[in-house]
Design a protein around this ligand. Structure first.
Ligand code: ZN
Length: 130
């Protein structure tokens, strides 16, 4: 689905689901798979290292680094909403889409926690538990 901003500028400026303007870009690649490749390469290099096959050890480690680099170049970007976590693929991130920032994500996490606390308090108030 092509997404366009109200001012006829192509691109995504606000989240189509929640209207939030704070979006970030990241590689469209699962973190668990990257960590699995790294872990398998490290574990696989232990045995040749233990057997004093240094060239095989380096081949495994450098080969995994090359695979990681090729995946980085091959995998595209995805734009993600900080508030609702919606993922937008198949669009080119613009200059306004910065990489992930932990401080901004923490602000939205606290907002979500406050909202859940308010909902819990309302339920308890409704049930007469106050
Ligand atoms: Zn959103």
């Amino acid at each position: 689905m092509p997404l366009h901003a109200p001012g006829n500028e192509p691109g995504l400026h606000v989240c189509a689901l929640c209207g939030n303007a704070e979006l970030y870009k990241k590689k469209d690649f699962p973190h668990w798979l990257g960590l699995t490749i790294l872990t398998v390469a490290c574990l696989a290099s232990i045995i040749p290292y233990w057997l004093y096959h240094q060239w095989l050890t380096w081949t495994i480690l450098i080969g995994s680094a090359l695979v990681d680099g090729l995946l980085y170049l091959w995998v595209g970007d995805v734009v993600v909403c900080y508030r609702c976590g919606a993922h937008y693929r198949r669009l080119t991130p613009g200059a306004e889409h910065k990489p992930f920032e932990l401080g901004i994500a923490e602000r939205y996490r606290l907002e979500r926690l406050r909202r859940e606390q308010l909902q819990t308090a309302k339920k308890q108030q409704k049930n007469g538990e106050w």
